[in-house]
Design a protein around this ligand. Structure first.
Ligand code: UFG
Length: 318
């Protein structure tokens, strides 16, 4: 397949690109490098420095079989202080992309949606038909795009798939998490270990066994591979949605304990106030992805994800 990957210079996007190339696909990346890194795009991919809003020129020059759409603003806290940015980049940006796909007659799209669409779940593990009540504009923007894709499939016949990621972790070869600012628990905790600082725990008064938030961590390679399966499974005129997680939750304290095991360093903890908008427990049911996409995580162990993130951090130190 000839595939366009928007946001292919980002953490998850770059691994999607690497796995597509390994599977023999032709790949073009479009990324404005606002958060991505040019050196994260594998040499075998074509690179176009451009915003998604201006994608039509690129679409006109190549006949793509499908698009994997990851380009987005993705900081939950920022979305609360600057919701307009999320409306513009995530919602309006995707609307423009869909219009361009229609004009260029590109038949399929796989979209990076998020567990953030569910908000505080009524039941865990979370299934795809659970109520969607996002707690922040980031989650709302992802939900708006999911709905847009549903409508686009029904009205214009595109084949659309939304993949709702839970907590993505780990690294793949030279590709890993390089966010600025970094907000995610695993890289922040490993950085703290390296700098001999305590790891920060945002709240230990949640209604969970150890009082800290529980999340479902999923390896970035397993996430990436789901995109390849979704491209194959997408069918015209249909929008399909899949949760991607391991179905097992780990608390913040359990993640910090994993970081101690992996690094061998005596990592202390410092408990601070809860972070606004954090649900207590987010754990996925990925039964649908397992059955319908034939997807099965190959790296489900938390320690392996933390170790891969640790190896990546070390590589950056050299
Ligand atoms: N946390 C800490 N200390 C830190 C960083 C995080 O205790 O230094 C906690 C958070 O409060 C949360 C858990 O660790 O309970 C995981 O936090 P992350 O920031 O790593 O991940 P989130 O669960 O907030 O975010 C993920 C995705 C988002 C998505 C969100 C949906 O990264 O894109 O899930 O809730 F929006």
């Amino acid at each position: 397949m000839n595939v366009l990957v928007t946001g292919g210079a980002g953490y998850i996007g770059s691994v999607v690109v690497a796995r597509l190339l390994e599977a023999g696909h032709e790949v073009t990346v479009i990324d404005d490098l606002s958060t991505g890194h040019r050196d994260a795009v594998p040499d075998d991919a074509r690179f176009v420095l451009e915003r998604v809003q201006h994608v039509s020129d690129t679409l006109g020059r190549h006949s793509f079989d499908g698009v994997v759409h990851l380009a987005a603003s993705s900081l939950v806290a920022e979305s609360i202080t600057d919701p307009q940015k999320y409306e513009t980049n995530n919602v309006a940006g995707t609307r423009g992309l869909l219009e361009a796909l229609r004009t260029a007659e590109i038949p399929k799209i796989v979209f990076s949606s998020s567990a953030a669409v569910y908000g505080e779940p009524e039941r865990v593990p979370i299934e795809e038909d659970a109520p969607t009540v996002p707690l922040n504009p980031y989650g709302s923007s992802k939900l708006s795009v999911d709905r847009m894709l549903d409508a686009e499939a029904a009205r214009h016949g595109i084949a659309a798939v939304s993949l709702r990621y839970f907590n993505v972790a780990g690294s793949y070869a030279v590709l890993g998490e390089r966010h600025s600012p970094e907000t995610h628990l695993i890289p922040l905790t490993l950085r703290a270990a390296l700098d001999s600082r305590p790891a920060t725990v945002f709240g230990d008064d949640y209604l969970t066994p150890d009082g800290t938030c529980i999340r479902d961590y999923i390896h970035v390679v397993d996430i990436a591979d789901a995109h390849l399966l979704a491209l194959d499974a997408a069918s015209p005129g249909t929008w399909r949605v899949f949760n991607l997680g391991n179905g097992e939750g780990f608390s913040v304290r359990e993640v910090i304990a994993a970081a101690r095991r992996v690094t061998g360093l005596p990592l202390a903890e410092s408990v601070t106030a809860r972070r606004a908008g954090d649900p207590a427990v987010l754990v996925a049911s990925s039964e649908r992805a397992r059955k319908e996409l034939n997807w099965a995580p190959k790296k489900p162990r938390l320690d392996e994800m933390v170790d891969d993130a640790w190896q990546f951090l070390h590589r950056g130190q050299r």
